[in-house]
Design a protein around this ligand. Structure first.
Ligand SMILES: C[S@@+](CC[C@H](N)C(=O)[O-])C[C@H]1O[C@@H](n2cnc3c(N)ncnc32)[C@H](O)[C@@H]1O
Length: 308
């Protein structure tokens, strides 16, 4: 449901942007001053979507995935050697953390975003780590290819998570493990919780975009999916990281980069409302003057595929 609401919101933004683009192009054409490079840059802007800019994603959330990845990899209990699949690998933080701690593992990362995959490839020359584009709901791997499948902060974004889980299970060998983690958006993920509480207080229409309505982000939801999906020995745990911010701008500025549901929401607002939201968030953070920290909790699940 949440993903559908958000997609409708994105489509409205996109059609608004397309109208703006058409007007811009028509004006440029009529003045006969159109430059190919200028058009390319406009098209790039129009094409930018929630997960469309790797550098901005890194600044906004990727930096926290890097902190979360080793903790989650430890929870997932990656074997000392063998093949590991990172589903929704994004810019590559988890795949790289696994290959760093498990030099004998062959890690494959797969993600829908071409931009993120291109960025992930630039982060390593290690032939034991490979990245490719693809859909978690239709994995391009043979049955039983992997010893473990992992997925960090992705399952809540997948339209049909049961299908993705069934695919993860299919490509994992019997007796292998399938693990995933999702932010606890409703409560324990303080960075986004404070943002959405402030947004909802100023704008009632922000409420329905609040990531607390994401599927699979509450205690017990992932493990229920795993159990229904036929995984064995299912276990769920909260995993917590500490987000350290240099100052308020270090917290706030990445929200202006258009990444993720929060970034896309900010991007949809006119400037005065962005300023008002900034002030509301700052107030709710206690008007920090220097460094500050926020705890952030994920729910993590692990299960095993049935032995043949
Ligand atoms: C919040 S990001 C997490 C990325 C990465 N795992 C990390 O921790 O930084 C969510 C990722 O899920 C990917 N994604 C969403 N739906 C997907 C699908 N159906 N198949 C593969 N990747 C998907 C997005 O492209 C995005 O990279």
């Amino acid at each position: 449901m949440y993903n559908q609401v958000f997609r409708e919101f994105e489509e409205r933004q996109q059609s608004f942007k397309n109208r703006k683009l058409c007007t811009t192009v028509l004006i440029m054409l009529s003045r006969r001053t159109i430059l190919i490079s200028g058009l390319r840059s406009i098209l790039r802007q129009v094409g930018s979507v929630m997960f469309g800019d790797a550098h901005n994603y890194e600044r906004f959330m990727g930096r926290w995935s890097e902190v979360a990845a080793p903790l989650f990899a430890k929870f997932a209990g990656i074997p000392d050697r063998g093949k590991v699949l990172d589903i929704g690998c994004g810019t590559g933080s988890l795949a790289l953390a696994i290959s760093g701690s498990c030099p004998l593992c062959q890690v494959e990362g797969i993600d829908l975003s071409r931009e993120y995959i291109a960025f992930a490839r630039t982060r390593t020359k290690n032939s034991h780590v490979r990245f490719q584009t693809g859909d978690a709901q239709k994995l391009p791997f043979a049955t039983g290819t992997f010893d473990a499948a992992v997925s960090l902060l992705v399952f809540n974004f997948i339209p049909n998570p049961a299908r993705a889980l069934s695919e993860a299970r299919r490509v994992t060998r019997p007796g292998g493990s399938v693990s995933a983690a999702v932010w606890d958006y409703g409560e324990g993920m303080r960075m986004l919780r404070i943002f959405w509480d402030a947004a909802g207080a100023l704008d009632p229409s922000a409420e329905r975009l609040d990531e607390k309505y994401m599927p699979l982000c509450r205690k017990g939801e992932l493990s229920e999916l795993w159990a229904r999906g036929g995984l064995q020995k299912v276990g769920e745990l909260p995993l917590e990281i500490t987000m350290k911010f240099e100052n308020f701008d270090d917290y706030w500025d990445p929200f202006l980069l258009g990444q993720g549901p929060a970034g896309a929401y900010v991007k949809s607002l006119p400037k005065p409302r962005i300023s008002a939201l900034r002030e509301e968030v700052r107030k709710r953070l206690g008007e920090p003057r220097g460094t500050f920290t926020l705890p952030s909790r994920m729910w993590a699940v692990r299960g095993e595929t049935t032995r043949g």
